[in-house]
Unconditional design. Structure first.
Length: 394
């Protein structure tokens, strides 16, 4: 593409994207007063669920992220929204923790999971107690939402990573209701969502397992929606299924697959337009770039993630189907581990062997992040992606 700079040094397309983005800001976004600065909001939505007056609502901004806004006439100034904010109330520091590498004994469980299948093992523990398991899945519109699962047959809906920030509307109240009824609950989410859940509940429950993830960052639901639209336009059909981590090639989940109109397509993660932008740091939430949860010091019961570096720590386990890194933070987690460890293969490791980048520091924003976020609002998705640093993909 020939680059013809204008007086600002921009190409014609870059200039158009910047100009159009100013015009597409909605009337609501111009008029509404956000509750917090966007860099200080993780989008967990706990403030919306906790508000007794129904004065807090989540609205999409121009980058496609959910942020809380407040109806002043309904607000009673009870400060409940402040009390449950993970960004205002850092996690509690705990003592020693256990670091474990885990693989489910059944390969089909690992193939159905993003890593080694530890989430499925914990889910099975809770479901056998007639409990409820919460995780991220797709709804009928292929938006990513948190949902509750009540039986083994539905568990697949919330397995595997979703590289999109999930909608948590109503989930905090649901979890609280089940816990107060005496049901076991496993809640799995990003560290900020788990911290929000803990603050929302306000007390410990012996029948609750809080599992947070080693999180790369929360991607824009608006960008995901635009990508889905681009896929459906290109393949002339309705997206029915999408896997960000397809491990059928035994490549540790470095493939993506999706189904449109009953036809499946698979491609390397490095060639997938959306994943290139995600791991290129072009569409993460602003707060993710200063995330305080990028540490091994968590106040969840258990932390789950891929055991990156398994080829160095335990080469015999590097079979391309996945290994879970499990970090146990509480006595409750240790007791549950004693109950389930016979269903998995495992080895203990130390902190140095377990540490990986997102347990040390947050993801840095891409050079082209702002440009891409402006471009995707007005241009075809594939073209916006090229402007945002993915020029070589198409």
């Amino acid at each position: 593409m020939v680059r013809i700079p204008n007086w600002k040094g921009q190409t014609v397309i870059e200039s158009m994207a910047a100009d159009f983005s100013k015009r597409v800001r909605t009337y609501k976004e111009r008029e509404m007063k956000w509750i917090v600065r966007k860099e200080e909001c993780c989008g967990c939505q706990a403030c919306q669920d906790v508000c007794p007056a129904g004065a807090v609502h989540m609205h999409l901004d121009s980058e496609g992220f959910w942020y809380p806004v407040k109806e002043e006439e309904r607000c009673t100034h009870c400060m409940a929204c402040e009390r449950v904010c993970p960004m205002k109330h850092p996690e509690e520091k705990r003592g020693e923790r256990l670091y474990i590498g885990v693989q489910a004994k059944k390969d089909e469980v690992r193939f159905a999971s993003s890593s080694g299948g530890m989430f499925s093992v914990l889910a099975d523990f809770v479901l056998k107690k007639q409990g409820v398991v919460y995780g991220a899945g797709f709804n009928q519109e292929m938006a990513v939402v948190h949902k509750g699962i009540y039986d083994d047959g539905s568990l697949r809906d919330i397995l595997k990573s979703k590289y999109v920030q999930s909608d948590m509307s109503g989930i905090y109240r649901e979890v609280q209701k089940h816990l107060e009824e005496g049901r076991w609950v496993l809640f799995c989410g990003t560290p900020c969502q788990v911290r929000g859940m803990k603050l929302f509940l306000g007390k410990d429950f012996s029948n609750l397992i809080l599992a947070d993830l080693i999180c790369y960052g929360a991607a824009s639901p608006g960008v995901w929606k635009a990508y889905v639209g681009d896929l459906e336009r290109k393949d002339k059909g309705k997206l029915e299924r999408f896997s960000f981590r397809d491990k059928r090639s035994k490549n540790s989940g470095r493939s993506c697959s999706y189904v449109i109109n009953g036809k499946e397509k698979m491609e390397a993660m490095g060639r997938n337009l959306y994943c290139r932008l995600y791991f290129g740091n072009c569409m993460l939430r602003p707060a993710c770039h200063t995330c305080r949860f990028c540490t091994a010091e968590r106040d969840s019961d258990v932390t789950l993630g891929d055991f990156w570096g398994i080829e160095n720590c335990n080469p015999a386990w590097n079979d391309g189907i996945g290994t879970s890194l499990v970090m146990l933070h509480t006595k409750k987690a240790e007791e549950i581990w004693q109950s389930v460890r016979e269903s998995v293969r495992w080895f203990a490791c130390n902190k140095e062997e377990a540490l990986q980048p997102r347990l040390i520091e947050p993801t840095k924003p891409a050079k082209y992040r702002k440009l891409f976020m402006k471009a995707y609002q007005t241009l075809p998705f594939w073209l916006a992606a090229k402007i945002g640093g993915g020029r070589w993909i198409r």
